[in-house]
Ligand binder design. Structure first.
Ligand code: DGL
Length: 294
């Protein structure tokens, strides 16, 4: 199955998920779109983010003929996941459910936290996901302790994404901001904290410095990559080694913003694959999407 996996985010954050997918599924072609021209999504109304998510997802389906769409952005998933799942002709995988599973597995005390954008946290997506998580939350603690109820504390971290998009992942400014924004999850004495925004793994050192080393930082990327593998395997959509030997996997990276910045910072965050980043024009897609949806 030579069609690529499609993936999108508001910018550089989804590259954390792309890294995990490339590492787990090295034979797969990948097309990644970072909507850097319109980031950040977090402070925008969810209806606006939903519109962006539709453009990106349909662009991946129609222009790139992807075999699955990975919504590598929590805010976009919070805004549009269910609609995308029911509208798109290919499987849709997001980061919210896999991240929640990883979080619930990681706790021993049952006191867990999630941090994300204002859009994600106020949408209640994680609060709902934890409540309906199919893992038995009374027995799921990774510490193996039975009878643990999971209590979630959620905190929005406005400003974190902007730091990452500017390429600033350490320093006193971000440390001061982190001290303030992480106060609710620190006060709740969580033992596991989900980075519920795909940009945040780039700030893991700062977040760990504030939270303390005893708190497990949970990243949704690896669990999401495993879900991509399982969904493709179940539908017999995985690309095999023989195909990859004949034609190595191609990884394409597109951005709606400044391409040289995308290639430069993306190259530092993900690796040399970003060198040949391409332009993505959302204005052109819009007409195609509207036409398809009516
Ligand atoms: N990476 C996006 C997420 O996971 C960031 C959203 C933004 O652009 O604010 O939510």
């Amino acid at each position: 199955m030579d069609r690529p996996i499609g993936m999108f985010d508001s910018g550089f954050g989804g590259l954390t998920v792309a890294r995990a997918v490339i590492d787990l599924l090295p034979h797969e072609h990948l097309v990644y779109i970072g909507d850097t021209g319109r980031y950040p999504y977090g402070p925008r109304p969810l209806a606006e983010v939903r519109g962006f998510a539709h453009q990106l997802a349909w662009s991946l389906v129609k222009e790139f003929d992807v075999k699955a769409v990975v919504v590598a952005c929590n805010t976009a998933a919070a805004a549009a996941l269910h609609e995308l799942e029911s509208e798109l002709p290919v499987p849709v995988i997001d980061v919210v459910a896999p991240g929640t599973r990883a979080l619930v597995r990681a706790t021993s005390t049952g006191r867990v936290g999630v941090i994300g954008t204002v859009g994600t946290i106020t949408s209640g997506a994680y609060q709902r996901e934890v409540a309906s998580c199919d893992i038995d939350t009374t027995t799921a603690g990774a510490g193996g302790r039975a009878g643990v109820d999971v209590v979630l504390t959620a905190a929005a971290c406005p400003g974190f994404v902007e730091f990452v998009e500017r390429g600033q992942t350490s320093g006193p400014e971000i440390e001061i901001l982190a001290e303030r924004l992480l106060a609710p999850v620190k006060e709740a004495d969580v033992d596991a904290l989900l980075l519920g925004c795909t940009h945040y793994p780039y700030l893991a050192e700062v977040i760990a410095g504030v939270m303390g080393r005893q708190v497990a930082l949970v990243n949704s990327a690896d669990e999401t990559a495993r879900e991509v593998r399982d969904v493709l395997a179940a539908r017999k959509l995985l690309r095999d080694a023989a195909a990859a030997a004949a034609e190595p996997a191609e990884h394409r990276f597109l951005s709606s913003g400044d391409i040289s910045w995308f290639a430069d910072l993306g190259g530092r965050l993900l690796g040399p694959e970003l060198r040949d980043a391409e332009q993505w024009h959302h204005e052109i897609v819009h007409a195609t999407v509207s036409e398809h949806r009516t």
